[in-house]
Design a protein around this ligand. Structure first.
Ligand code: FNR
Length: 395
């Protein structure tokens, strides 16, 4: 049974507020200019990120009355990739979390396990694959997000994938929209690239990778620890190669990953259809929270068309702009199987470490639970949470 109902009334002294839209300004007060610029920053003018948020308000929930819910709170459970999950959200992959809290990914992976939501570990993490797996524990659901090295580094990709598999990561999420970092004025104004910082945050996977270490030793004649700046720059070039792979290359990942593969960053029907053709198990309809392509379409805006085109053939996951329970309800009503949450949990990490991430997850789920309950929607099943519960109010 869930214990999330009406946390605001029963859960004494939260680590910080329940007002989700305040988390960003609250966390901003606690961060350095660099960290703040990195997490709140967007591509270019910020248009894509703004549209991500505005898109939710174009849809409204139609609450029904006298729905006999049999004394049950809504059933939030889903089944995806053969896993039964109690809740329809996961923590989105977010890199370099030690710039937000000294415990970084370790705190987030622990909170995810505690709150029973999957933790999606980023390739750009500031902790190693094995450390995160240990923190997430034997009962945690963990998925691995790949920043995909260029083909010339296939041996490194194979090494990372085999480490992830061995450490109990069940699903591979391959991010397609970030083979190079977007034009992000907030970081450029600070002269800031977290991957090249002096404390090498964000390169933990590379620095612990036997294949990368061996290649570095062979080309530089020293260990990565002896030339940390050069090694960090080399690892960063490896995982952000600057140029994209192609659809044919996906077959390489399918040969080297024994389990579900999810392609993250899909925004068009044409690409979603390609994903079906190539035979991956899922997609994340995402624009990276508006951090990559400026002037782009809102992620929620493209979701219904993509679901109509491919929803019968693969799992459609959604992210970019989720800030409250109603947002999750709307994305699922438009056909998403589950939602990823990005910035909100990072703000939780800033404000309260592991307990802060837990608080954000519990708040979002409690809010979702009551939103559905009060609208007479008894579960997140598409049988009852679908387009019939929404009306489009504005363009
Ligand atoms: C991200 N995101 C991201 N995505 C990914 O695939 N690998 C990564 O390492 C990162 N790192 C990262 C860092 C920070 C600070 C942010 C804010 C985002 C994108 C993330 O997974 C997700 O797509 C967006 O955050 C979703 O949008 P919202 O929820 O932040 O609006």
């Amino acid at each position: 049974e869930t214990e999330i109902y009406q946390k605001g009334l029963t859960y004494s002294r939260p680590p910080f507020t329940f007002t989700a839209l305040d988390w960003e300004p609250l966390a901003a007060e606690r961060m350095s200019a660099e960290s703040k610029g990195y997490v709140t920053g967007n591509a270019g003018s910020g248009e894509t990120a703004r549209k991500n948020r505005l898109a939710f308000e174009k849809w409204s929930i139609l609450p029904r009355r006298l729905v006999d819910t049999q004394k049950h709170f809504p059933d939030l459970s889903i089944s995806i990739f053969g896993q039964d999950l109690p809740f329809p959200i996961a923590l989105a992959p977010v890199g370099v979390q030690r710039i937000f809290n000294p415990d970084g990914e370790i705190a987030s992976a622990k909170a995810a396990a505690k709150e029973r939501v999957p933790y999606i570990m980023s390739t750009a993490s500031s902790a190693s694959i094995e450390e995160v797996a240990r923190a997430n524990g034997p009962d945690g659901d963990r998925w691995f997000q790949l920043y995909w090295p260029a083909n010339e580094h296939d041996d490194i990709t194979i090494s990372i994938l085999s480490r992830a598999k061995k450490a109990g990561f069940s699903v591979l999420v391959v991010t397609l929209d970030t083979f190079i970092l977007g034009w992000r004025p907030s970081d450029m104004n600070n002269g800031y690239n977290p991957f090249l910082r002096s404390d090498q945050v964000g390169v933990a996977i590379g620095f612990t990778d036997p294949v990368f270490r061996k290649q570095f030793r062979e080309t530089h004649g020293v260990e990565v620890e002896d030339e940390q700046g050069a090694a960090a720059a080399e690892w960063t070039r490896t995982v952000f190669p600057g140029f994209s792979h192609n659809w044919e290359d996906v077959k390489f990942l399918q040969r080297h990953w024994d389990g579900p593969i999810v392609l993250k960053g899909i925004q068009t029907v044409a690409d979603a259809k390609k994903c079906v053709e190539i035979g991956v198990q899922g997609i994340v309809v995402s624009n990276h929270g508006g951090r990559q392509t400026d002037g782009g379409v809102s992620s929620l805006g493209v979701l219904p068309r993509i679901v109509d085109a491919v929803g019968a053939h693969l799992e459609v996951i959604f992210d970019s702009g989720i800030r409250c329970g109603a947002d999750i309800a709307k994305a699922m009503a438009l056909g998403a199987k589950m939602c990823l949450v990005g910035r909100p949990y990072v703000y939780g990490l800033v404000l309260g470490g592991e307990a802060g991430v837990s608080h954000v997850v519990k708040s979002l789920l409690g809010d979702l639970d009551l939103t559905l309950h009060l609208a007479g929607i008894p579960s997140v099943s598409p049988k009852v949470l679908n387009r019939d519960v929404l009306i489009r109010e504005a363009d």
